[in-house]
Design a protein around this ligand. Structure first.
Ligand code: SAH
Ligand code: SF4
Length: 354
């Protein structure tokens, strides 16, 4: 582990102050290079050789490294990124029909929320990612795929549990002096941490929100997603309403469809009742298989029939196509390469979420 300062988690003022740079615009120059994807100080050609040498002694530009690259013929790219302490996360690039590129980034190593249908949930949680470690995922994906259009916090982990570092990463990526990504192109996905939804609505940043509803069948949701026991559906609905009204932004409700579990007539009715009156868009995601879990993929007919029921009730709804099948799936299936490389499906050290 290097004891040099890692710069990806700092804005230009912080770079100037931390490195004691003079004049102050040096920090801005370095910050601009980082946003452009520079991985070495020697790429920073508007800095003198002497300054570059001095910087190399004090700082590093990346604290993590790419240790595996998987490519699917549908354009999906998955990177395994190893962190400074040897732990690893996965990050994914998704390309849609219009050729728009979206980074699906992780915010934690594993996840403590323990959702029954999710690969990451079965890893447990090792630790939160630092802001720079989140920024680096985005920069590595841009290196592999060219400029990206969107960023979604739908990789490993629950962003509301690491909100301060997620905020900092967003402030760096949206900074006008750096990568200057638009907040309209950023989505945070939560399993339903109500306090976090209010916090985001009241304190920003001004980004989009997705909530993993999965099902509006109360008891079944509580079984599938333990967070539902302390953050109940009625209160979650109020928080979503508050967010949509406060920010003027439509909220996405995500639902991973599990064969014969949350696709029934009654499930459709419950979902319609939950969504009615809210400014939401429902995104149905056929569940991606995870070995060893007691669920199976829904059939295409089952997904379409569920979609139709919601549509007929006049609710905005779409069915997402499966991505990244050849490389062990995309969002919601992350962690497989870590289990493989850490051996014997060993769980990460578990931390309980209260
Ligand atoms: N922790 C956050 C964000 C990461 S999970 C959250 O739960 O919202 C990203 C999305 O993948 C969630 O909507 C989750 O419900 C979904 N998901 C999890 N496992 C899945 C699987 N095996 N197949 C399809 N979607 C899955
Ligand atoms: Fe964590 Fe999201 Fe997976 Fe639930 S669905 S275990 S919150 S990553």
């Amino acid at each position: 582990m290097s004891d040099k300062i890692s710069l990806t988690g700092l804005n230009s003022t912080e770079i100037t102050e931390t490195l004691g740079l003079s004049p102050a615009f040096r920090g801005k120059q370095i910050f601009q290079w980082i946003g452009k994807g520079a991985e070495s100080f020697d790429e920073m050609t508007n800095l003198s050789m002497a300054i570059r040498e001095e910087l190399k002694q004090k700082a590093i530009l990346r604290s993590s490294s790419v240790t595996k690259v998987l490519r699917d013929s549908d354009g999906t790219i998955k990177l395994q990124i190893t962190l400074k302490d040897g732990l690893a996360v996965e990050t994914v690039l998704l390309t849609d029909k219009e050729d728009r590129k979206t980074a699906c980034v992780s915010c934690q190593v594993g996840c403590a929320m323990n959702c029954a249908f999710c690969q990451t949930g079965h890893l447990g949680l090792a630790r939160n990612l630092e802001a720079g470690e989140i920024v680096e995922q985005f920069l590595y994906l841009e290196k592999h795929a060219g400029p990206l259009d969107n960023i979604v916090f739908m990789g490993m982990g629950e962003p509301m549990i690491n909100l301060e570092n997620v905020r900092k990463a967003i402030s760096i990526l949206t900074d006008k002096e750096g990568r200057a990504l638009s907040g309209r192109r950023i989505t945070l996905s939560t399993s339903g941490v109500i306090k976090g939804i209010y916090d985001l609505a009241d304190n920003g940043p001004n980004i989009r929100l997705a909530v993993s509803l999965t099902t509006a069948d109360k008891d079944f949701r509580e079984q599938l997603m333990p967070i539902g026991r302390t953050n109940p559906l009625e209160d979650l609905r109020k928080a979503i309403d508050y967010f949509a009204k406060k920010t003027g932004k439509r909220v996405t409700l995500e639902a991973a469809l599990l064969h014969n579990k949350n696709t029934t007539e009654e499930s459709a009715r419950n979902m319609i009742n939950f969504a009615r009156g809210l400014d939401v868009h429902i995104n149905l995601i056929p569940w991606n298989p995870v070995a060893g879990l007691p669920f199976s993929e829904p059939t295409t007919a089952e997904c379409h029939s569920f979609l139709q029921k919601i549509e007929q009730a006049g609710i905005n709804v779409t069915l997402r196509t499966r991505r990244g099948r050849e490389i062990g799936g995309a969002c919601g299936q992350l962690g497989k390469t870590l289990l493989d490389s850490q051996g014997n499906g060993k769980k990460l050290q578990n931390v309980n979420y209260q």
